[in-house]
Write a protein that binds this ligand. Structure first.
Ligand SMILES: Cc1ncc(COP(=O)(O)O)c(C=O)c1O
Length: 323
C-alpha cells in the first residue's frame, strides 16, 4: 500500500473537516521513530501533539494494556467501578502541587476535561463568568470553542457560542504585550464586562501552543497574579498551592509549570520577597534546577528557557538519558 493510494481513499472516506497535516501514513513506531507504509523512517517530533512523553510503545505501557485486555475491556466506571481508576487518581493527587487534600476525575478528552472544570467552577462558586486569554486553545466543543482565543480556524462559522466568556490579553514579549498590559486588559474586563465577584474561573495555558508557543512570564504566573488575587479569600487555595513546597515528581515529566512553581515557591519562601528581580537573584544564586533540567531567567524575571532530557527506554521500563 502506497501513501498516495491511502490519501485518495482518505479523501473519499472522511470529511475535509478532519484536517490532516502529514501526507504519509504510519505503519509502525518505536520510541521516537515512526515508519510509514512505504518503509520511510521519521523522527516523531510531534508525539501525538506533545502528549506522548513516554515515546511509542513504552514497555510498561504495553504490559499494562496487555494485562488489562486479559482482565476486562469496559465496564463504564460509573456503573461498575474498578481499582485502576482509584489508584491512578491517588497517584495524581500525591503529585499535583496543591497543598491539602486533592481529588481527581478522569475524562476522555481535553475538551471534556475543560468542560467539566467549567461546570465544577460554576457550581462551586455559583458565579457565571469565565475569563480566558487571546491566542489560547481549549478544545473543539462549544464551551471550549468559546474559551478559545483564536477565531480562524477554530470558531469560523460555528457561532453563537455559550456566553459569559471574556478574553484578556496574554502576555507576549514578541507582540509587545507586557505583564502589566495583560493585567490592564483584565481590569478593562472587570470595568466593561463583568464584576470580579461574578467570575467563576480564569482559565489559561501556562505555555500557549496555538497562540505561538508563548511561555507566560514568571511574574505573570507566579508573582503578580497571586499578589493581586490573594486579597480574595476565594483564591486562598491557589495562593497557598503556589507557596506550598512539595517533592518534585520523579520520572520523565516535562511539566514546565510544575517545575516553575517548584522553583519559584522555594524562592518565595527563601527570599521573603515577591518582587520578580529579588526572585531572579535568588534563583540564580541557588542555581535553580528541576526535574526537567536548568531553568534560565532574564533580567526582568521572565522564564527564558529550560532544558529537558531525551530518554531512552529499556525493556524493563527503566530509562537512561539518550544523547
Ligand atoms: C491546552 C489544550 N486544551 C484542550 C485541548 C483539547 O484536547 P482534546 O483534543 O483532547 O479535546 C488541547 C488539545 O490540543 C489543548 O492543547
Amino acid at each position: 500500500m502506497k501513501n498516495n493510494e491511502l490519501n485518495d481513499r482518505r479523501l473519499q472516506a472522511t470529511p475535509r473537516g478532519i484536517g490532516v497535516m502529514c501526507n504519509f501514513y504510519a505503519e509502525k513506531a518505536e520510541n521516537a521513530t515512526v515508519w510509514d507504509v512505504e518503509g520511510n523512517e521519521y523522527i516523531d517530533f510531534a508525539a501525538g501533539i506533545a502528549v506522548l512523553n513516554t515515546g511509542h510503545r513504552h514497555p510498561k505501557v504495553i504490559s499494562a494494556i496487555e494485562k488489562q485486555l486479559h482482565a476486562f475491556t469496559h465496564t463504564a466506571y460509573q456503573i461498575v467501578p474498578y481499582e485502576g481508576y482509584v489508584a491512578l487518581a491517588e497517584r495524581l493527587n500525591e503529585r499535583v502541587p496543591i497543598d491539602g487534600p486533592a481529588k481527581t476525575a478522569f475524562f476522555s478528552t481535553g475538551a471534556e476535561a475543560v468542560e467539566n472544570a467549567v461546570k465544577i467552577a460554576r457550581a462551586y462558586t455559583r458565579r457565571p463568568g469565565l475569563i480566558t486569554f487571546g491566542g489560547g486553545f481549549h478544545g473543539r466543543t462549544f464551551m471550549t470553542m468559546a474559551l478559545t482565543g483564536k477565531v480562524a480556524p477554530y470558531k469560523l462559522g460555528f457561532g453563537p457560542f455559550p456566553g459569559s466568556v471574556y478574553h484578556a490579553q496574554y502576555p507576549n514579549a514578541l507582540h509587545g504585550v507586557s505583564t502589566a498590559e495583560s493585567l490592564k486588559s483584565l481590569e478593562r474586563i472587570f470595568k466593561a464586562d463583568i464584576a470580579p465577584d461574578q467570575v467563576a474561573a480564569i482559565i489559561l495555558e501556562p505555555v500557549q501552543g496555538e497562540g505561538g508557543f508563548n511561555v507566560a512570564p514568571a511574574d505573570f504566573m507566579l508573582v503578580t497574579m497571586p499578589k493581586r488575587y490573594d486579597q480574595d479569600p476565594a483564591n486562598k487555595t491557589i495562593v497557598d498551592a503556589l507557596k506550598a513546597q512539595k517533592k518534585d515528581p520523579s520520572g520523565p515529566y516535562v511539566w514546565i509549570t510544575y517545575a516553575a512553581v517548584q522553583s519559584l515557591a522555594t524562592a518565595l519562601d527563601r527570599s521573603g520577597s515577591k518582587e520578580p528581580l529579588a526572585l531572579v537573584k535568588d534563583l540564580k544564586a541557588h542555581g535553580a534546577n528541576t526535574v526537567i533540567g536548568p531553568l534560565n531567567w532574564d533580567e526582568k524575571g521572565d522564564l527564558k528557557g529550560f532544558e529537558f532530557g531525551v530518554f531512552k527506554w529499556h525493556t524493563d521500563g527503566s530509562s537512561s538519558v539518550a544523547k
